[in-house]
Design a binder for this molecule. Structure first.
Ligand code: PLP
Length: 313
């Protein structure tokens, strides 16, 4: 084929016309509706991501995220979705063949286990029926029967069922049984809207996604690691590059990212965090609790059966 003939092979595409997107009454766990004032913030011009304006945004966002994570560890950010947090946790903490336990109560717990297996870890699942939270007594009994494990991974809010695990109790019991265990918590859909205290509860890794509790569009994953997890990451041998914590931390110290950060998402998150602080952490938690109770009550009034037990919904 000549160059001329090859050029003709891919014609200008005939596609549907772009349509305006009508106002949404969005009732999914994420992306959540973004307030117009925050969407408007994303229209700000692009800046040099190696310059002082971006460094100032990073400093503000990081300090405020540390407050919402309740951690003094640096909060790293990656252009990624929530699944990137799951993968990043596994890739930075473990080496091939390590034995990890995944406590799973639904689809996203199962995904943690699948990623761990994809990375060549030995995975023991402690599974509960969908709609239920992990029962700490059953978890404790199962952990006692397992061979030594390096890590325990779990979801906080299991978005697929709307059930919240009692992470504080689960973490406490794991620490009592095996104090050095690396505990990773997927808080993609709970951080910022339900209580989760990384340092006080002695959790090693917590991650979340911008599209859930943060009034921000999808595209940014935020993750923090405890000193124990940082130490473990030094000897963890799983391959990693994009999600390597050490290179992100080094760049964070100078207000930058190793790669090009999603600037517009940062503009949005910067304002969203300002608004969240103005409302107050506890007030936000209460508001979510009230909305959840209201929706569940109205669903029941309509004759619908709820999957999640009220106590853990
Ligand atoms: C708890 C939890 N973990 C992980 C994910 C995966 O996130 P993403 O779809 O953003 O990759 C989700 C998404 O809904 C989630 O709710």
């Amino acid at each position: 084929m000549t160059i001329q003939e090859r050029k003709k092979a891919i014609p200008v595409p005939q596609v549907e016309a772009r349509e305006p997107i009508p106002q949404q009454n969005l009732r999914i766990p994420g992306p959540t509706p973004v307030p117009p004032v925050i969407l408007a913030e994303m229209a700000r011009p692009m800046i040099n991501h190696r310059g002082p304006e971006f460094a100032a945004i990073v400093r503000r966002v990081t300090a405020r995220l540390q407050y919402f994570f309740q951690t003094s560890s640096p909060v790293l950010t990656y252009p990624a979705s929530g699944t990137g947090g799951q993968e990043s946790t596994i890739a930075n903490l473990f080496s091939a063949g390590d034995h990890v336990v995944v406590i799973t109560i639904g689809s996203f717990g199962n995904r943690l286990a699948k990623i761990a297996e994809a990375y060549g870890l030995q995975v023991s699942r402690i599974e509960f029926p969908w709609g239920q939270a992990a029962d700490p007594n059953i978890v404790e009994a199962r952990l006692k029967t397992l061979k030594p494990y390096r890590g325990v991974l779990m979801t906080h809010n299991e978005t697929s069922t709307g059930v919240m695990n009692d992470v504080q109790t689960l973490t406490t019991l794991v620490r009592q049984l095996a104090p050095d265990t690396l505990i990773g918590v997927d808080a993609v859909s709970s951080l910022g809207c339900a209580p989760l205290e990384m340092d006080p509860w002695d959790i090693d890794v917590v991650f979340t996604g911008s599209q859930k509790g943060w009034m921000t569009p999808p595209g940014l994953m935020m993750i923090a690691a405890s000193p124990r997890a940082w130490e473990a990451s030094k000897s963890a041998k799983l391959p990693r590059f994009y999600f390597d914590w050490a290179s992100s931390r080094k760049m964070l110290e100078i207000g930058q990212h190793p790669t090009t950060p999603p600037l517009s998402i940062f503009y949005a998150l910067d304002l969203a965090l300002e608004k969240m602080l103005a409302e107050g952490r506890e007030a936000i938690f209460l508001r979510h609790q009230h909305i959840g109770d209201y929706v569940r009550q109205r669903a029941k009034d309509m004759g619908l059966r709820l999957l999640a037990d009220h106590a853990n919904a």
